[in-house]
Ligand binder design. Structure first.
Ligand code: 0O2
Length: 214
């Protein structure tokens, strides 16, 4: 059992870690807003519809560590849980996702640790999204701490599907009946078709505008 001092130390390090993740979210969130504003200024177009940021709950961190077979400790959470600080970028079109990913990759102060392209390689569930794990340097008064942030980039349609699927997954604690999982995968296909149709319509509208400027 931990002594009172041990508990206090754990609480202090939890607060310090959460302070760093919150700072990292602010840094990355602001950076992305500036990129979006610059894109609007140069191209008169916003690739980002909206930005959501969130810090993973303590409960969700513990669950993830348990799922990975690790004990719940501050060290393990820093090492193994990559999405404690999460930024979600919602775009209109699939093409925007790759434009944004390239822009993020070129930011010299962000280090890209890994990329998971669930758009080219969707998950078994039907989940589609583009994930970038980056670190951002947090400048403290006496040190610099590289802090991990997971950036998820997806279209409005992908986000609509993922939000609903997430609710259903939790409702059934990961054991949804087969027919529900199957129907969700069918919905994911419909969402992909919708995204493709919207992209080709948008391309057509853009070409039309170029041929017939007002
Ligand atoms: P929550 O509640 O959104 O935080 P790694 O990060 O590499 O250790 P992991 O966690 O498998 O391994 O990474 P991955 O596959 O990149 O997924 C991380 C996050 O992506 C998840 O976080 C979800 O937000 C989202 N995600 C991944 N797969 C699915 C899916 O099938 N359906 C939905 N709706 N979202 C998904 P959490 O912690 O699972 O959940």
């Amino acid at each position: 059992m931990e002594t009172n001092t041990g508990v206090k130390d754990s609480v202090d390090s939890w607060k310090t870690i959460m302070f760093l993740y919150n700072a990292a979210l602010k840094e990355v969130g602001t950076k992305l807003e500036i990129l979006n504003d610059e894109f609007q200024y140069v191209h008169q177009y916003n690739p980002i519809e909206h930005i959501k940021t969130r810090i993973k709950t303590a409960e969700s961190i513990v669950q993830k560590l348990k799922r990975y077979g690790h004990e719940s400790s501050i060290d393990n959470m820093i090492k193994y849980v990559n999405d404690i600080a999460g930024v979600r970028l919602i775009c209109s079109f699939t093409s925007d996702i790759y434009v944004l990913a390239e822009m993020i990759g070129k930011q010299s102060d962000l280090k890209v640790i890994s990329i998971k392209d669930y758009i080219k390689h969707p998950k078994e569930s039907g989940y589609k999204s583009y994930h970038m794990l980056v670190t951002v340097p947090i400048y403290l008064s006496d040190s610099i701490v590289d802090t991990k942030v997971e950036i998820q980039i997806r279209t409005i349609a992908m986000d609509f599907w993922a939000s609903l699927e997430h609710k259903i997954y939790y409702k059934f604690e990961g054991n949804a009946p087969d027919h529900i999982s199957k129907e969700l995968r069918e919905c994911a296909d419909m969402i992909s078709n919708l995204d493709e149709k919207m992209l080709s319509l948008n391309n057509e509208i853009q070409n039309f505008a170029i041929q017939r400027p007002d």
